[in-house]
Design a protein around this ligand. Structure first.
Ligand code: ATP
Length: 221
C-alpha cells in the first residue's frame, strides 16, 4: 500500500491544495491520500483562523468523489499543537501499518523542515514529496532542483545523492526526498482571506462549493 499524508491548516482549502493532491496522487500511484487538517498550526499564527469544524466542512465540500481521498480528523481531535512526527507515528502504528508513506508539502514548507520536531526521524519514517510553489513572491519553478539540493546538503544531510531522471534525492533504497515538478499555482489561504476582507471575489481561487460555503457562513470577514 502506498499512502500520502497531506497536512496543513486549510484555512480555507483552495485550488493550490487540490492541485498538489491530484498531482501527487497520480504521479506516485497512491492507494490512499489522507488530508490531515491541523487544529492549531505549529509554525504559523494566522490572524483569522476559522474554527476547525468549518475548515473540515470546506475540505469535505472540496474533495473529489474519489474513494482514494480520505479526510483524517486525527489532528483536529488532538489537544494543543500538532507535530507531524506524532501524526506519522500514529499512521504507521494504527492506520497504514506496513505502507510506504509519502509526506506531501509545498516548497515553502519543505524549506523549513529542519526546524520541525524530530525532523531526522521524520525523514526516515516518510518520503517527502515536494511540490513547486512561489517562495517569497519569487518563482522558483526553473531552479527547484538547485534550491532543494542546496537546502538538503546544508540543512539536512550530505549523504543524499541526486537521481536526475527521478527528481529524487536518495540516501538508500528507503530514504528518499522527491520533487514533484509542477507549474505552480499562485494561490494561498492568506491571499484568499485578504481578498475576502477587501470585499473581492475569490471564485477563481477555491472550488464553487467552498466559495458558496464561505459566503453563506460569512467566514473571514
Ligand atoms: P497560508 O497562506 O494561511 O499560510 P497556505 O495556502 O500555505 O496557507 P496551508 O494549509 O498552510 O496553506 O498549506 C498546507 C500545505 O499545502 C503546505 O505544505 C503548503 O506548502 C502547500 N500549499 C499550499 N498552497 C500551495 C500552492 N499554491 N502550491 C503548492 N503547494 C501549496
Amino acid at each position: 500500500m502506498r499512502a500520502g499524508l497531506f497536512g496543513g491548516t486549510f484555512n480555507p482549502i483552495h485550488k493550490g491544495h487540490l492541485m498538489v493532491a491530484e498531482r501527487v496522487l497520480h504521479r506516485f500511484s497512491l492507494d490512499r491520500l489522507y488530508i490531515v487538517p491541523c487544529r492549531v498550526p505549529p509554525h504559523k499564527f494566522p490572524a483569522f483562523l476559522a474554527p476547525a469544524a468549518e475548515r473540515v466542512r470546506m475540505i469535505q465540500l472540496a474533495l473529489p468523489a474519489d474513494t482514494r481521498y480520505c479526510l483524517s480528523d486525527l489532528e483536529i481531535r488532538r489537544e494543543g499543537r500538532s507535530y507531524t512526527i506524532d501524526t506519522v507515528d500514529h499512521f504507521k502504528m494504527w492506520i497504514t501499518p506496513g505502507a510506504v508513506l509519502f509526506l506531501m508539502m509545498g516548497m515553502d514548507a519543505f524549506l523549513e523542515i529542519h526546524t520541525w520536531k524530530s525532523h531526522r526521524r521524520l525523514l526516515e519514517a516518510v518520503q517527502p514529496v515536494v511540490v513547486s510553489r512561489r517562495v517569497d513572491g519569487r518563482m522558483h519553478a526553473g531552479d527547484d532542483v538547485s534550491l532543494m539540493d542546496g537546502y538538503i546538503r546544508s540543512e539536512l544531510s550530505g549523504d543524499y545523492h541526486y537521481v536526475e531522471e527521478k527528481f529524487c534525492w536518495q540516501r538508500d533504497a528507503e530514504n528518499k526526498i522527491h520533487l514533484c515538478p509542477t507549474q505552480p499555482i499562485d494561490v494561498s489561504s492568506s491571499q484568499i482571506r485578504q481578498r475576502i476582507r477587501d470585499g473581492k471575489e475569490i471564485v477563481d481561487l477555491v472550488p464553487p462549493t467552498v466559495n458558496a460555503y464561505i459566503g453563506q457562513k460569512g467566514l473571514y470577514r
